[in-house]
Design a protein around this ligand. Sequence first.
Ligand SMILES: [Zn+2]
Length: 227
Amino acid sequence: MSSFAPEIKYSNRRRTIGLTVERDRQLVVHVPAGTSDDTIQAILHQKRHWIQEKLDHPQKYPVAPTTPVMRPGSSIYFLGRTHLLQTAPELAAPLYFDGHTFTLGAALMPKASALVQTWLRRQAQTVMLPRVERFAKSLGVSYQRIQLLDLKYRWGSCTANAALLFNWRLIQSPSTVIDYIIVHELAHLLINDHSPAFWNVVAVQLPLYERAKTWLREHGAILEELG
Ligand SMILES: [Zn+2]
């Protein structure tokens, strides 16, 4: 039934099925050990539009270096919502966001991807840093420094010497998810494992944190699109 030629990876540690599309367009299905072929096929069928969109997506898979990675009509994810990218003949700023739509000077379209990324990174600083401070105070923890980075496979991490690293792409997810990642990493300054005590600390700050975890499971791959 599937025309996607997926690679199936079984794992004893997984409890849910996850789909990823690698940069070479290989579709990988991560499944708990013992998952039946029928179940896998059903998931592939259910997710076929999502998969097709990923496989077709020019942002993640530039075909040639000269191909513009964004075009008018592309979607930009910001704080959990998608916004259209459009062009205008002339603009005062290279990239303008009115709360609904991103507008880019038409001549800048070939640089759209870089300009959008710069804009999002700046937003990540503005939105995330005060939140880290607020939750650190609330938890009574202190940290050495915060860095927003291009983390390839993680949303955040906390080093042994209390430096907090966050993936700047978090700015593309809803603010509740941003808060969850922030609280998760800060809580590791108190408890360095995922024991019930750790989750208690998280829950005191964010009683609905499970929703953020679910959102990340379902949408995490989408946020990788910007490349
Ligand atoms: Zn953790």
